[in-house]
Design a protein. Sequence first.
Length: 207
Amino acid sequence: MSDYTRLHTLIKASAGLTSGAYRDLVEEASKAKELFAAINDHYKALAEGRQIRPTFGNEMQILYMRDRQTFTFMLFPELLPLSYQIGKVIGAAYIAPSLTGTNLKELLESNVRIAPEHKYGRQEIVKVTDNEAIYRTYECADCYGLPNIGLKICVYESGTAAGAFEAKLGKKVEVVEEKCCANGDQYCEFRISVLDEKAVLQEGTPK
Ligand SMILES: [Zn+2]
């Protein structure tokens, strides 16, 4: 067996472990207080119109970030579930505090306003009830224009959405990307499910 194949086996195993040990992952991440504080300050800078980098500010061409993500997932699709879990931690820490509302409909309406503001994409709500919703992203920064590589790669989007809604609702939330431009679709489509389980994540960065 080549090293490449072994690596796949190892990553696949760790992805399975991560979802099983999600509580541990959240606890481990919460130890990185300095990191959370720094990124928190970056979001504050964004809200106040302050630049993080003195010369170039906060914006850059998307291709570099997206190329490294696309090739990472293409070569190691086993990382997708792992990245989704990490996205949930990010969503609870940084997206949840900027959302308003007390039920899924209000929170989703508040959330879809962020994507065009950040030039991530244009989002549209297809359906929303108390515990389930479907929304789409058009011109997604992660995958628009890519050929069909047989993968739905916008796991950071689904992860951050799941983490943000979970922290806000106090119930476990899962989001699955069901359509993706990298999987032959014209847009990305996500299904949100609110489960009857207590949330693991809390809103905001660890104190
Ligand atoms: Zn996508």
